[in-house]
Design a protein. Structure first.
Length: 338
């Protein structure tokens, strides 16, 4: 008789345990509780039950860094109420960062829908994503932006995540592109213990070399009258390059799979006289070659040139309108000048 009673009781206990696991997270979303889980040097400012994009606890706080410092590294941590898969996703911010990641800035599909905890940081300063002036004037903010801010954020938010879900197991991933890719590069180089895997796209590389590349390209576009490469001219060049190199990978699909295989002679695009929509003037041709080659120093390349496989995309970094340009670091100005 006992075995007939034992099974329903076991099922009831299991169901109660599962319900407790699913609800303890939502019940614990308070500043006081999250602060009790946080490591030393971490301050929790808000913890809010948030319904979108999935029910979760949205936590905002900061880590205080020193030597150099003190400095405040802001972070956001989002912990799903249900379906957590023991996974943690760190979002690398593009450009100069300057803000914590919002839901709209997360990768397509939002990792929280897949049961990931999601974290990110402003890298130690508040400002526009195109404003790097803090690197010049503030050693603590520079150190935090380069690598330390992401490191201390990862340590703090991973500790909170483990304690929040009462789980020692945590699969930790970091993803970033451009400035976020630079953050990933710094993480795996300086702090490989912080993550189990990374998704790395178009890393900005060394900040000084990246900035030198931007300055160099701006100089090329303003070198002399007529040096700017318009989106229309770049689109024309891309068409010529694809026609010549598309089949090198064995498929005619309007894609160049490996730009290293393409050896295109840009001189064949030179205008025979004057200017036209299907050729490049002497000034435009010089600019094209220089941007493709990249800035050079006495010991070789300072920064890589732009790839031949996606030339029309160059406009996003060479300006969509001709100079002179505004230097205002605004989102309205960015599509025009980048």
């Amino acid at each position: 008789m006992d075995h007939f009673i034992h099974r329903p009781l076991t099922a009831m206990c299991l169901a109660a345990a599962l319900i407790a696991v699913e609800t303890q997270a939502g019940d614990a979303c308070s500043v006081e509780h999250i602060q009790s889980l946080a490591p030393a040097g971490t301050t929790i400012e808000s913890a809010v039950d948030t319904p979108e994009p999935v029910p979760h606890c949205r936590i905002d706080g900061y880590v205080t860094t020193t030597n150099p410092g003190p400095n405040r590294v802001n972070f956001r941590l989002q912990l799903p109420d249900e379906g957590w898969q023991q996974r943690y996703f760190f979002v690398g911010m593009g450009g100069a960062a300057g803000s914590v990641p919002s839901d709209s800035g997360l990768p397509p599909g939002n990792p929280m829908f897949k049961g990931f905890a999601v974290a990110g940081t402003d890298t130690g300063h508040q400002g526009h994503m195109l404003d790097w002036s803090f690197l010049r004037d503030n050693p603590a903010q520079a150190e935090d932006h380069i690598h330390r801010g992401a490191h201390v954020t990862a340590q703090a938010t991973q500790a909170i995540t483990r304690a929040y879900y009462n789980s020692d197991k945590l699969y930790r991933y970091m993803s970033g592109c451009s400035g976020g890719g630079r953050m990933v590069t710094e993480a795996i180089t300086r702090h490989p213990e912080d993550f189990d895997g990374v998704l790395l796209g178009a890393p900005g590389g060394r900040s000084s070399a990246t900035m030198m590349g931007f300055i160099y390209n701006a100089q090329q576009m303003t070198r002399e009258p007529g040096a700017w490469l318009s989106p229309a001219k770049l689109k024309m060049v891309e068409g010529k390059v694809i026609a010549a190199c598309d089949a090198l990978d064995g498929a005619r699909d309007n894609l160049i799979a490996d730009n290293r295989q393409c050896r295109f002679d840009f001189d064949t695009l030179a205008c025979q006289s004057g200017d036209g929509p299907d050729c490049l003037t002497e000034q435009e041709l010089t600019s094209l070659k220089n941007v493709y080659r990249g800035p050079q120093g006495p010991n070789g390349p300072i920064n890589v040139g732009y790839p031949i496989a996606n030339i029309s995309f160059w406009s996003d970094y060479l300006g969509h309108v001709p100079p002179p340009w505004s230097d205002a670091p605004t989102m309205e100005n960015m599509p025009k000048t980048s």
